[in-house]
Each structure stands twice: as structure tokens, then as C-alpha cells.
Write a protein that binds this ligand. Structure first.
Ligand code: NAD
Length: 255
């Protein structure tokens, strides 16, 4: 595992991480637990949550499907750190994009973060301190073909994060996005077949010809690299950073 480079003490704090059973969320949950936080790990994947809880005693599994928006809002009450991370991908041309999938994606990746922030803010405001980190994407800053719902959700999340920053600032609450390009996780592995079909290329060319095409850095990013950026945004030294978006995109947005 990548060694930690950020000094972070979250002793006495509660962190809630969504999508914690896998990939970036799992790395964030373990990173925040290592910093001393009590971590509420939210996911719909019970087996993944149990495996995570077995990896660190400070992790409490919270099995929850985020399409239950009322339950999501309730789960966020009392959180000092909120990492909005859960997500999935659907790759289809616009004219073939299933409306149900568009709705489901926006529910989990935009409306649930709104409800989680809504649920977390009263406690953060009462304590005069809070950290909201939204796992956006390079697709919060740039579009790609065949990803209409995802690009809409991430651009919306960028806006939501900025509003939370403006409202939270007088209360000691920061809100930021991290914006990775392709990270080595199951979400990426699962979309290779769909990307190949949408682009009309063989699966073995998807990583090089599609995923890394716009990145100056020709490698996938590791989940622990994203988790370390999240840790930095939770540190006291980052208290002036709010309403920002931190690209971890290998130079994609330098174009
Ligand atoms: P992943 O598939 O490894 O993990 C996503 C997790 O979200 C899973 O454990 C899944 O069960 C959970 N989840 C999905 N829908 C849910 C729901 N309705 N209720 C509860 N949990 C739900 O994916 P990942 O790559 O770690 O992605 C995490 C976040 O990072 C996503 O928001 C994604 O858009 C973003 N992101 C990923 C990449 C990448 O290349 N992997 C790049 C940029 C941004």
C-alpha cells in the first residue's frame, strides 16, 4: 500500500464514507480510520462491507442502498467528515441511453449526496467544524461521449459542492471535490466491455485508446492516491481550501 504522506488526526471525529465496500471508498474508509476517525461505511454490498470491517476495528458497516434517500439523510446525522463517493457507470450513446438508468444514476450520485449533506450539516454547524469531500471525477470538469448521466451527475456534484462551501464557510465547514481520471477499481473494469461496444473497438484497446487517451500520464491511478488527497482536504492545513476541485487526472484538464 502507498505510505501515508499527510499527517492527520481525526481522533474523536466520525466520518461517513459512501460506496465504502470497494475501490476508492474502501481506500478512503481505511485512510480515515487510520487517522483515528470512527468510520461509518455505507454501501449496498454487505459482503464488501464485512470484509472492510474485518480490515480495521474502527469501521462500522452501514448496509444501505442510497436510492433510499430518507435513510441516507438519517445515516449522515452526527458525521463530522462526509465523503460522498458511491457511484456506478453506464456507457451508452444518448439515443440508446435507458431513461431508468439515467434516473437511477442521478439519484445515487447527485440526489443522495444532497441528502447526505443535508443530514450532516446540523451536527457540523453545531460543532463549528466539518469536512465534506465529494468524489467527483475528471468528468465533473470535462465531458466524454456516451456518459451522459455520469457527466451530468458529476457536473451537478461540482455545483452542489460549491454551494455547500459557501453556506458552510461561516460554520467552519469546508466542501471540496476530488476529480480523478481513471482509477484502478472494479468500476473501471466493469465498463471495458461497454466502452468497447460503444466505441467499436476490441476490449484490449479500451485502456490505451479510450481511458488513457486524454491523460498525459499513461497509467491508471491507484485508489490510495485518491484517499491521500481526501485526507489532505480533511487536515487543518487545508481549512482555507473550500469550493475547490482537485484534479488527480494525469494532466487531462491541462488540454
Ligand atoms: P467501485 O465500483 O469500486 O465502488 C463503488 C461502490 O459504490 C461499490 O461498493 C458499490 O456497491 C457502491 N454503490 C453503488 N451504488 C450504490 C447504492 N445505490 N447504494 C449504496 N452503495 C452503492 O467504484 P470506484 O471506482 O471506487 O468509484 C467510486 C467513486 O469514484 C464513484 O463516484 C466514481 O464515479 C468515482 N470515480 C471513479 C473513477 C475510476 O476511474 N474508478 C474515476 C473518477 C471518479
Amino acid at each position: 500500500m502507498t505510505p501515508h504522506s499527510v499527517t492527520l488526526d481525526l481522533g474523536g471525529r466520525t466520518a461517513l464514507v459512501t460506496g465504502a465496500a470497494s475501490g476508492i471508498g474502501r481506500a478512503c474508509a481505511l485512510r480515515l480510520a487510520a487517522a483515528g476517525a470512527a468510520v461509518r461505511a455505507v454501501d449496498r454490498d454487505r459482503a464488501g462491507l464485512d470484509a472492510l470491517a474485518g480490515a480495521h476495528p474502527a469501521v462500522e458497516p452501514v448496509p444501505l442502498d442510497l436510492t433510499d434517500l430518507d435513510a441516507a439523510e438519517r445515516a449522515a446525522a452526527g458525521a463530522d467528515v462526509l465523503v460522498n463517493n458511491a457511484g456506478f457507470q453506464v456507457v451508452r450513446p444518448l439515443e440508446e441511453f435507458p431513461p431508468d438508468a439515467f434516473h437511477a444514476l442521478l439519484t445515487v450520485m447527485l440526489e443522495a449526496p444532497f441528502r447526505l449533506i443535508r443530514g450532516a450539516l446540523p451536527h457540523m454547524y453545531a460543532r463549528g467544524w466539518g469536512r465534506i469531500v465529494n468524489v467527483s471525477s475528471v468528468h465533473g470538469l470535462r465531458a466524454s461521449a456516451y456518459k451522459s448521466a455520469y457527466v451530468c451527475a458529476k457536473h451537478g456534484l461540482e455545483g452542489l459542492s460549491k454551494v455547500a462551501a459557501l453556506e458552510g464557510a461561516p460554520h467552519g465547514v469546508t466542501s471540496n471535490c476530488v476529480c480523478p481520471a481513471y482509477v484502478r477499481t472494479p468500476l473501471v473494469e466493469k465498463q471495458i466491455a461497454d466502452q468497447a461496444a460503444a466505441h467499436g473497438i476490441p476490449e484490449e484497446r479500451v485502456v490505451t485508446d479510450v481511458m488513457l487517451a486524454d491523460s498525459a500520464l499513461k497509467r491508471l491511478i491507484e485508489p490510495e492516491e485518491v484517499a491521500e488527497a481526501v485526507a489532505y482536504l480533511c487536515a487543518p492545513q487545508a481549512s482555507a481550501i473550500t469550493g475547490s476541485s482537485l484534479p488527480l487526472d494525469g494532466g487531462w484538464t491541462a488540454h
